[in-house]
Design a protein around this ligand. Sequence first.
Ligand SMILES: *Cc1c(COP(=O)(O)O)cnc(C)c1O
Length: 228
Amino acid sequence: MSDIASRVREVKERIAAAAARSGRSYEDVTLVAVAKTRPASDVVVAARAGVTDFGENRAQELIAKVKMVEAPVRWHFVGTLQSNKVRHVVGTVELVHSVDELELAQTIARRAVRTGVQQEVLIEVNLSGEASKSGTVPEGALDLARKVDELEGVVVRGLMTIPAFPESPDESRPAYRELCAMGNELRADLPAATHLSMGMTRDFEVAIEEGATIVRVGEAIFGPRARS
Ligand SMILES: *Cc1c(COP(=O)(O)O)cnc(C)c1O
């Protein structure tokens, strides 16, 4: 078995165990394998090992890999999305995880309407308080979600967050708990906003314990990335 295939198996087991601790099962959590910086061949290996969903954080890299990977996988956009790249992403990905401004959502909506697709998105919330991080401030997040969902061509499916880098996985817990509470509040207005995209290699088990429905895992599947 390849390294990637054995890591996929291990990550799936850890997801199942964490889901069980939160009274759920493996099927309740979607594993998005974040393949940024990896060759398309790695995506193919992971897909053969049973991964169905892949994440990218750059539009160019996304479209290059979409062309190269013939396996029937779903793509997710998890990075900062610039307006001039929206056309590459809308209709290509299952879910845009990183909508944090109404203007970006409007650009997505225009492209979706023009190409006759419904683009599902998540609202990215900055719960770390770090100004350098992407995401909208928590105070305005639910209001933004409701406004974005009103746009023709766009459907808000939930919330996403990237916490401050934790010293230990447990440090991410308060942020994940807060995102879950926000999600519960949002669903009172938007019943389709069922998703919480939270948890990475360093803390995905904690995220699942706190209610994640989508985890975005890179290094635990593909191995360490080169540090730039
Ligand atoms: C790279 C990335 C991930 C995956 O990070 P790992 O630490 O490799 O698991 C998840 N989410 C986003 C937004 C990313 O950019």
